[in-house]
Every structure is written in C-alpha cells, then in structure tokens.
Ligand binder design. Structure first.
Ligand code: AR6
Length: 203
C-alpha cells in the first residue's frame, strides 16, 4: 500500500535512475543519490559524520572520517565544541585532509525499541545537518546511514525515516543541489534502494 508520505511527494519526483550501484531521484531542483562506498572519499561540499554526543570519536564512520581527516579535525572539534553535541543536533567544522570543505557532525539516537522518540531524533539529525549545510553555502552534502550501525537503528526504518526527512527538507529549500547517501554495505544500499523504488511505483 502506498504511504501518505509517498503520495505527497510523488508528484515532485521527476526522475529515478539506476546506474549499476547508484540510484537517484529528483526532488524539485535537488538530486537525491544513493551510492555504495566509503564516505571519506567523496568530493562534495560537506560530509556528515555519525558522531556521539561527546564528539569523542569512535568506531564506524566516525573513526573512518577522523582517520582520513587527520588530527586537525579532532583538535578543532574539541576546541570549538567542548560541550559536545546533543542527540538530534549538529555542529560544523573544517575538514582536515578530506576532499570536502566541511564536516558536519551530527548525533543520531540509539535505538531502544522505537518508542523513545528515535524517529523524531533521527529526522532532527538530518534536518539540522542540512540546515547547517545551507548556512555555510554547501550545495552538495554526503550522509552515511546515521544510527544504523553501532546505534542499532533497524536499517529498513533508518532508510524510510532518513529519506522521508531529506525529501521533506528539499521540498521546502532549494539551496541544496545534491544529497548523496553513501552506503557502506550491500544491506544498507538495498534497504535505501527499496524505499526509493517506492517513489517510482507511485509516480
Ligand atoms: N563510509 C560510509 N558509511 C560507513 C563507513 C564509511 N567509511 N563506515 C561505516 N559506515 P556507525 P551510528 C556505515 O556505527 O550507528 C561511532 O563509534 C555503517 O555500516 O558508524 O550512528 C560513533 O562515535 C552504518 O551503516 O554510526 C558513535 O559512538 C552507518 O555507517 C556511534 O558509532 C552508521 O554506523 C554512532 O553510531
């Protein structure tokens, strides 16, 4: 059955294309693209880090970004945001050795069954990251699947809630040209792809 959300955005999705391991849709003037790969190698204006609320670094995509960026990234993060970043919020830094202008550090929720406000907090993490990108003139932004690793957000729900919030944002704000989801695993790419396919079904 088609969701209310799907019906609402369907008319604004003009294009979906499969390019091997990439897919994209168009939402007004922006492209939402799915690629499978490593976010640290993306050439975009900003990449988003799935951080923890202490901004202390860690494993997963956080560890990969800090390793690739070099120590300047953690030095700046600690100096500018010693208080950390609450769940659902986002902060921005320069990017060290990465091939992007900025790193946006956001904190997704830890999954605890789904009745503790996790969907709203995840959506807030995406929304606040995109708003920071706009505020810093970043027209292309790459996201990992926030909360879908160590924080255990079920991947199918993560795909649905992430794409829902990003497309809602792009319906209202035309300052961003591309949002790229960089999905590390086959499972994550497949889950995001299945949500995107629903768009095509209802166009
Ligand atoms: N590029 C793209 N995606 C990646 C990469 C990469 N290089 N590496 C992992 N992923 P996670 P979370 C995927 O655990 O669930 C950290 O320790 C991964 O497969 O990185 O939000 C932080 O410090 C998964 O699909 O983030 C926090 O303590 C997705 O990125 C905590 O983990 C997110 O997995 C945050 O947990």
């Amino acid at each position: 059955m088609t969701s209310v959300w799907g019906e609402r955005v369907a008319t604004e999705l003009a294009l979906r294309e499969e390019e091997g391991i990439a897919m994209r849709i168009q939402v007004r003037s922006a492209t939402v693209r799915l690629v499978q790969g490593d976010i640290t190698t993306q050439s975009v204006d900003a990449i988003v880090n799935a951080a923890n609320s202490q901004l202390a670094g860690g494993g997963g995509v956080d560890g990969a970004i800090h390793r690739a960026a070099g120590p300047a990234l953690m030095e700046e993060t600690k100096r500018r945001y010693p208080e950390g970043c609450p769940t659902g919020q986002a902060v921005i830094t320069e990017s060290g050795n990465l091939d992007c202008r900025h790193v946006i550090h956001t904190v997704g929720p830890i999954w605890d069954g789904g009745l503790e406000g996790e969907p709203e907090l995840l959506k807030s993490a995406y929304r606040n990251s995109l708003q920071l990108a706009v505020d810093h003139n970043c027209q292309s932004v790459a996201f990992p699947a926030i909360s879908a690793g160590v924080y255990a957000y079920p991947i199918d729900l993560a795909a649905e809630h992430s794409l829902e919030e990003v497309t809602n944002f792009l319906r209202e704000c035309e300052d961003i040209g591309e949002v790229r989801f960089v999905l590390f695993s086959d499972g994550a790419f497949g889950a995001f792809g299945r949500v995107l396919e629903r768009f095509e079904e209802i166009v």
